[in-house]
Design a protein around this ligand. Structure first.
Ligand SMILES: Nc1ncnc2c1ncn2[C@@H]1O[C@H](COP(=O)(O)OP(=O)(O)O)[C@@H](O)[C@H]1O
Ligand SMILES: CC(=O)N[C@@H](CCC(=O)OP(=O)(O)O)C(=O)O
Length: 302
């Protein structure tokens, strides 16, 4: 019997069309059942309350049809808001936030506290069982200080403060949570050998976690339609050679640099498919995973 107490579906399709849309998802559900899907939820994609709820419902739906969803979130704009309240302005080099001790405190508060709990709460409100973690929990993300290569002076390294370079991901905690039916929600904070705290770009964390978990898919939700060419047109599939050219001529810059770098590393290291998609599109996650109307850019390793 129909459960009339369940939340009404927000569909305006005739019943037969609705049923056929649902049935069309079956091959994808079969293909990805029991597989790990890592979703990176960018801070720029979490600005609209309605979209946030759609995102949470999509995560719960994928999880209830048998996929092992792992969420890694960012929070760049949210960090920026709190920094401005303490009179600071963020500075980025090659897409990495320059992180002094005071900035690190703000970053940990925002990512490990505010944003992490917000995402956990959203997923739980949508009917899931989410558990929030930072890389400190269970020694999940070990890191050392990151030094960036200087493109103009290759012999010099750039110090961006307490930014972490991942040395190890210990996935046992994630596996325990998945075994218990929980959805891990991970904030990109790492821990050093002496217990020091590191700020890590969330795309880099998502890519490494996808590699270590041998994920079927890595989906990076952001605030552009995908990777755009010099004319602002969407590139649906991109290869390493095109990426190198676009970095060299400046078509790829800022936050897209760590994103594309980790997407490529993940694709080269066994993640079957990597997608950069527009988190501002309603149900972008379902479109990418359960339909053949994939949105955004797919990154190929060759
Ligand atoms: N070629 C490009 N295609 C798309 N976005 C690009 C490109 N080059 C730079 N960007 C910038 O990268 C941003 C996405 O990275 P970022 O701001 O770090 O997002 P997120 O918070 O989702 O990780 C875009 O909003 C855009 O400003
Ligand atoms: C080192 C570094 O840049 N860390 C990022 C971590 C958050 C993040 O990556 O958030 P988005 O995914 O929303 O950009 C930062 O401090 O902004």
């Amino acid at each position: 019997m129909t459960d009339r107490t369940a939340a009404p579906a927000d569909s305006s399709y005739p019943p037969a069309a609705e049923a056929s849309i649902l049935a069309a998802a079956l091959p994808y559900i079969k293909r990805f059942h029991g597989k790990t899907i890592v979703v990176k939820y960018g801070g720029n994609a979490m600005t609209d309350e309605r979209l946030k709820q759609f995102f949470a419902r999509d995560v719960v739906l994928l999880s209830l049809v048998g996929m092992n969803v792992v969420v890694v979130h960012g929070g760049g704009p949210q960090i920026e808001q709190l920094l401005s309240r303490v009179g600071k302005k963020g500075e980025f080099i090659q897409g990495m936030r320059v992180t002094d001790a005071e900035t690190m405190e703000v970053v940990e508060m925002v990512l490990g506290g505010q944003v992490n709990k917000d995402v956990v709460n959203l997923i739980n409100q949508a009917g899931g069982h989410a558990v929030g973690l930072t890389g400190k929990d269970g020694g999940l993300i070990r890191a050392k200080k990151l030094l960036l290569a200087d493109r103009q002076h290759p012999e010099e390294l750039i110090d961006v403060g307490q930014v972490g370079d991942i040395t190890q991901i210990a996935p046992s905690l994630i596996r325990h949570l998945q075994g218990g039916g929980f959805i891990p929600v991970i904030a990109p904070i790492g821990v050093g050998p002496a217990g020091e705290t590191y700020n890590i770009n969330a795309d880099v964390v998502a890519g490494k976690i996808a590699e270590v978990l041998k994920a079927e898919k890595l989906v990076l939700l952001t605030n552009t339609p995908g990777v755009l060419d010099e004319n602002g047109e969407l590139i649906t599939g991109i290869t390493p050679r095109q990426i190198d050219e676009m970095v060299a001529d400046g078509t790829l810059s800022g936050g897209m640099l760590p994103k594309i770098g980790s997407a490529l590393d993940a694709a080269r290291n066994g993640v079957k498919s990597v997608h950069i998609i527009d988190g501002r599109v309603e149900h972008a996650l379902l479109l990418e995973i359960l339909t053949d109307h994939g949105v955004g850019t797919m990154i190929r390793s060759h």
